[in-house]
Design a protein. Structure first.
Lengths: 383, 306
């Protein structure tokens, strides 16, 4: 009898000891487009956020064990609101890194606010996402298309271009690009000969491009995402429309170059942030990403998804798994050291110190403009 | 308007019209023999284009140098395998539902379309991203002012038209075509005349799906880009073209294809509002036509449907 009690006592002691060692589980979320035309970017972001969680779980000093809930917004506003509601309504999820597509992000911020669910936008660049409202729950680590288009207009004007035709998709993303680029270009003396709005899943652009060709522009400015960027660039060639193809962050993906082959040469793109190798924590990120063995590349915004997720995890470690506390802690972030450079949120939750990098496609790669043969004068952008 | 500019618009529109027409003919064939609407048709086109692309990659790996040979192999492989897929769909999904309400077939094929589309995306390596379709046709171009005519566009246009004419001959001048027409007219009577109903239905589905694969290859060669979602919109446009032309009538489908392409071009070019509304415009006109002629432009005679 005494032996049985002793055994039971030992079992009980062992059980309570292991309970003290096991960490509490905390859920965090990720939302991005995992299917549909922009799925490549979404999957790159998902992998990067997943990496941040894995690295934290591998860290013995972490107070909690994190679990990542991943949902697919399909880059569609209606689906986005559904999955955002699903995640925000689940009180066990503390915070999330959300959205690559601006049209989705602008639709979901209300939902996050309503549920008091703190989020960090990791890829969408529409200024209104942070600036239309003043929601304490909404933050963003990447810059906006305002910054991006200022830089773009300055570069192009300094290269001596004067005449543009603008093609943009009619989502908030494309319309925003059209607006901010046009505004940035005007004081620099550039002229926009024509503006065409196109739908985001259009296949045939020959009618628009034939009209554009008749206007004889030096540059086609395209505000939209990779899939139709590829189609427009390729159909420009078909119609003999010789102009520089100036894109935005939306086409800065490996998929753009892979989809076009040699035709991609000389296309321009601008993104918030810098190439992985040039980011303050880029080496570490790339090394860890490769080591984790993800099949797909992180794409342009993977580092932001990683930085956003890491910031969330840091704040949960600091204040505990409580939505309100995490929200308040995120609101106070200033000079936070991240792999995309220092992060400081203004009173709208917008990172105020975003870096913008200019890119040109050269020999089948996106090359930072300053390092390219186009900047050194060895090659010229074809008019 | 400048005549050269007009020529360019006309060429663009004709090319679109041929592609829409080829898709529409499929819809109309299926409706003719079985009175069903097969919504996975556009996605069969996508699978066809990707099959051709995969064939190209295989040939490239096997170092087959001639672009004509590559093209021939790609078209043959894509068309035969899609014809086979079409027959399979008919045998195992559409025919078993013959006695069920037509809505069931419609829903089933709608779901099948999603399966095919997502299948391409997930199974094809890096299938989420657009793929560069090879340029196998000579790309020499002539320019007259605003009009740039490329040889590859001309070849594509002519082969598309040839395919439509060939289909017309098959339906109207061959014994097989006679059988298809007989089944379309009255399946039961055709059976009593000794026509193998199931075989004819399978052949018709194979024919329509083969045409879709051809349109997929054409689409790839014309735009030099294919993606897993390409068939979705083409399916919708092709279906609209078939309906407005008169579902069940081959000429109606072709007419509808060109009409829809023309409306889209007009919507993008001649109307004062943003070209983003061109599809809205084109579809609105189709709705108006449907209200005016509910059975389509070439109204089917109740006795003849193919």
């Amino acid at each position: 009898m005494t032996r049985t009690i002793a055994v039971l006592a030992a079992v009980w002691l062992a059980a309570s000891a292991s309970a003290a060692v096991a960490k509490d589980k905390v859920k965090v979320g990720f939302i991005g487009p995992l299917t549909g035309g922009t799925a490549a970017n979404g999957i790159g972001g998902r992998n990067s956020a997943d990496l941040a969680v894995k690295l934290r779980n591998a860290d013995a000093k972490a107070k909690y064990e994190y679990e990542l809930m991943v949902l697919d917004d399909e880059c569609k506003p209606n689906v986005g609101v559904q999955v955002a509601t699903k995640m925000a309504a689940d009180r066990s999820v503390i915070a999330a890194a959300t959205h690559y597509c601006s049209a989705v992000a602008i639709g979901t911020v209300e939902t996050y606010h309503k549920f008091g669910f703190p989020i960090i936008v990791w890829g969408a660049v529409l200024p209104d996402i942070t600036y239309r409202n003043k929601f304490a729950e909404v933050h963003r680590v990447n810059g906006t298309m305002i910054n991006q288009n200022e830089t773009a207009a300055k570069l192009m004007a300094s290269l001596g271009f004067k005449k543009w035709v603008v093609i943009h998709d009619t989502t908030d993303y494309g319309k925003g690009h059209n607006k901010y680029f046009s505004e940035s270009l005007k004081p620099l003396g550039g002229e926009i000969l024509g503006t065409f709005g196109v739908t985001a899943d259009q296949q045939d652009f020959t009618a628009e491009l034939t009209q554009a060709k008749a206007l004889n522009p030096e540059v086609i400015y395209f505000g939209g995402l990779t899939p139709i960027g590829i189609r427009i660039r390729s159909q420009m060639d078909k119609l003999g429309l010789n102009a520089v193809f100036q894109g935005t962050s939306g086409i800065k993906s490996d998929a753009y170059i892979e989809g076009l082959g040699p035709l991609a040469e000389g296309s321009l793109a601008f993104i918030e942030g810098a190439p992985i190798e040039k980011l303050p924590g880029g080496q570490m990120f790339k090394a860890e990403y490769d080591k984790a063995g993800y099949k797909e590349p992180p794409e342009a915004y993977g580092a932001f998804a990683f930085a956003g997720m890491k910031l969330i995890l840091d704040k949960i470690e600091e204040v505990g798994p409580d939505r309100n506390k995490v929200r308040d802690a995120l609101g106070k972030v200033a000079n936070y050291d991240s792999i995309v450079g220092p992060v400081t949120f203004d009173d709208h939750g917008q990172n105020t110190v975003p870096i913008i990098t200019k890119y040109v496609a050269q020999d089948g790669k996106w090359v930072v403009w300053e390092d390219s043969e186009y900047a050194s004068g060895k090659r010229k952008l074809k008019k | 308007m400048d005549i050269t500019l007009f020529g360019q618009y006309l060429m663009n529109g004709l090319m679109l019209g041929v592609i829409y027409g080829l898709v529409a003919v499929g819809f109309t064939l299926f409706f003719g023999v079985l009175d069903v609407i097969k919504f996975s048709h556009g996605d069969v086109l996508t699978v066809g284009a990707f099959t051709a692309f995969a064939t190209y990659l295989a040939l490239k790996a096997a170092q087959v140098p001639s672009p004509w040979l590559q093209l021939l192999a790609m078209s043959v492989v894509a068309m035969t395998s899609m014809a086979f897929l079409g027959a399979l769909i008919a045998k195992y999904l559409v025919l078993p539902l013959r006695t069920a309400p037509a809505l069931n077939t419609l829903l089933l094929t709608l779901m099948l379309g999603t399966v095919l589309r997502e299948g391409v995306r997930l199974i094809f390596p890096d299938g989420s991203n657009p793929k560069p379709f090879p340029r196998l046709l000579p790309s020499d171009a002539f320019s007259f002012g605003a009009f740039t005519l490329r040889i590859d566009t001309v070849i594509l246009l002519l082969s598309g038209l040839a395919m439509i004419v060939a289909t017309h001959f098959l339906i109207n001048r061959t014994k097989l075509g006679l059988a298809i027409r007989a089944v379309a007219q009255d399946g039961e009577t055709a059976m009593t005349m000794g026509i193998n109903f199931t075989a004819i239905v399978l052949i018709t589905f194979a024919l329509g799906s083969g045409l879709a694969a051809f349109a997929g290859v054409m689409n790839g060669l014309y735009y030099n880009e294919i993606n897993f979602g390409m068939g979705l919109l083409l399916g919708v446009f092709g279906f609209s073209a078939a309906v407005v032309g008169g579902l069940g009538n081959i000429y109606g489908a072709i007419l509808g294809g060109f009409l829809f392409a023309g409306l889209q071009t007009i919507g993008a070019v001649a109307l004062p509002f943003a070209s983003a509304y061109k599809d809205v415009f084109a579809l609105a006109v189709l709705i108006a036509i449907m209200a005016w002629r509910p059975t389509g432009l070439i109204a089917e005679r109740t006795s003849e449907r193919v």
